[in-house]
Ligand binder design. Structure first.
Ligand code: MG
Length: 380
């Protein structure tokens, strides 16, 4: 029986992962949530994990009290996430927390020699060098959960990596595809949260609307598949049926397709290399009829160009744009800044900060803090 630990078990990816676990009879060794202690308690009673962690320390004593009749060890904060990540009680750690918070637990799991199913893209954006080097050193596998990266990973199976020429990273385009800057000026939070194809948490949904999500995925792909930025082409594909593709030296392009349902990539990451029945719909190409592919608008969607520029500049820039984006999205959700200001803030980081090198986790933490303070200072 496979044992999995899930960081972010009450979120969209987390709950779908428990469904995959249910279907395949996996044991769940640990679960964690940001602050949703009611769902966390229900999951703890159903799966009887060894560890239950609520990241937000405010909820710790209440959760501990609520679970006092169980044998679960109740944890909190970053120490709690890292205790779970370091534990030898699981075969794979599914990391689906939101944001930079996921980086230290990922590094901890790698250090413990535990394979990671990664649904936390900020981990690779902020700490790409550290994570990939550590994984190589410890011979730990990182299985992508993000649908595009799972697609690329699937298209690589059975082919020679050194014969890959480039990847085609597809983007749905989000709810505002085709709009001009002027038309985006008065976008509301509710409009930005209304994604056409995917149902996800609020942070990633806003990132999809600004196309920052694709920028983060560009960086994620660079690290996961050891690519040069020039080897990554972003294509807007409104239907979200082709989840991404790989081109080889002979000009053959292999794509992975399916209905837009995260259960497929989650299951592939957790059951790799097996392909078994998945509780989702069959893809009917004739129902779709037409699949479309277009170029993204890099001028209007400033976050996308900023993220790509950041990875080309390297050093701390990817971490800086990511952290600035996390702060800006939080401010937008609280209606403190406009939709367009997210892109302006994220791009401004590239001019405001000098180049710095990333050599260790402390360098990342320092850049993260500096970017957050910078955003807080310009928005008062
Ligand atoms: Mg994705």
């Amino acid at each position: 029986m496979k044992r999995i630990s899930i960081l972010g078990s009450t979120g969209s990816i987390g709950t779908q992962s428990t469904e995959v676990a249910d279907k395949h009879g996996f044991a769940i060794s640990a679960i964690s949530a940001g602050s949703n202690i009611d769902m966390l308690e229900a999951q703890a009673r159903k799966y009887k994990p060894e560890y239950v962690c609520v990241f937000n320390e405010e909820y710790y004593s209440r959760l501990k009290e609520n679970l006092r009749d169980t044998s679960a060890k109740v944890l909190t904060g970053m120490d709690g996430l890292c205790t779970i990540a370091a534990a030898k009680n699981c075969d794979i750690l599914l990391n689906s927390v939101v944001g930079m918070v996921g980086l230290l637990p990922t590094l901890t799991a790698i250090d413990a020699g535990t394979d990671v199913a990664l649904a936390n893209k900020e981990t690779l954006v902020a700490g790409g060098t550290l994570v990939t080097e550590a994984a190589k050193k410890k011979n730990v596998k990182i299985y992508p959960v993000d649908s595009e990266h799972s697609a690329i990973f699937q298209c690589l199976q059975g082919n020679k990596r050194e014969q890959l020429s480039k990847i085609i990273l597809t983007a749905s385009g989000g709810p505002f595809f085709g709009r001009t800057t002027e038309q985006l000026r008065n976008v509301t939070v509710a409009q930005a949260l209304n994604h056409p194809n995917w149902s996800m948490g609020s942070k990633i949904t806003i990132d999809s609307a600004t196309l920052m999500n694709k920028g983060l995925e560009f960086i994620e792909a660079k690290w996961l598949f050891d690519l040069k930025p020039e080897q990554i082409e972003i294509v807007v594909h409104r239907q979200s049926v082709v989840h991404s593709a790989v081109e080889y030296n002979d000009c053959s392009v292999i794509a992975q397709m399916g209905v837009p349902d995260m259960k497929i990539p989650i299951q592939y990451a957790l059951l790799y290399p097996d392909r078994v029945e998945c509780p989702t719909n069959h893809l009917s190409l004739t129902d779709y009829g037409t699949l479309t592919f277009e170029k993204p608008d890099y001028d209007t969607f400033k976050c996308l160009s900023a993220a790509i520029k950041a990875i080309k500049l390297a050093g701390a820039y990817p971490c800086l744009v990511n952290s600035a984006n996390e702060e800006a999205v939080a401010l937008f959700l609280k209606e403190k800044i406009s939709f367009l200001e997210i892109g302006e803030i994220v791009s401004s980081v590239l001019d405001k900060f000098p180049f710095t090198q990333i050599n260790n986790y402390e360098d990342i933490a320092k850049a993260d803090k500096a970017a957050r303070e910078y955003v807080k200072n310009i928005v008062k």
